[in-house]
Each structure stands twice: as structure tokens, then as C-alpha cells.
Write a protein that binds this ligand. Sequence first.
Ligand code: SF4
Length: 92
Amino acid sequence: MANTSVIQSTALSRRTIVTRSVAGAAGVAVLFGLITEAAAKMSQKSVDYQDTPKNDQDCSNCSLFQEPNSCTIVDGEISPKGWCKFWAKKPG
Ligand code: SF4
């Protein structure tokens, strides 16, 4: 009888640990996602963004541009005719 009690107690402890671990991991994942998203984009000022092209380079032919008016790495509204120092030629 005492052994059964110990086994049930151990099982409950494992269940509790697993449940708390999963909940903790999910919380960490959500927090990490928020931090990553907040930190992922740079300010327009920090990348020397301008709303005019530089020679034949502009956001519409940059691989980081996202239609219709955003950028993978730069925060805020991005003009297709803009440019910044991280311009990277769109393949093709
Ligand atoms: S040039 Fe490229 S990296 Fe820079 S803001 Fe435009 S789309 Fe983003």
C-alpha cells in the first residue's frame, strides 16, 4: 500500500513538472517572439533611410522590400522609391 502511494505521488509530481515545463516554455516562446519582433526592425534614421532613390537603387528593387510599403528590417512606412544603406539587389 505504501508503495502504491509513493508511485502515485511520483506520477503526480512528474505530471506537475511536465505541465509546468510546457507552460513555462510556451511563456518563454511568446516573450521571445515579442522581444524578437520589437528588436527586429531598425529605425529609418539609423539606416539613413531617404524617401528618394539613390542612383538606380530604390526599395522596389531591394530584396528586403515588402509590398506595398514596408521593409523586412526597417521600421515604419517605406516608399517603393525610398532607399537606405542596407539596400540589397533583388535577385532576378
Ligand atoms: S533599401 Fe531595402 S533595406 Fe533599405 S529600407 Fe528600402 S527595402 Fe528596406
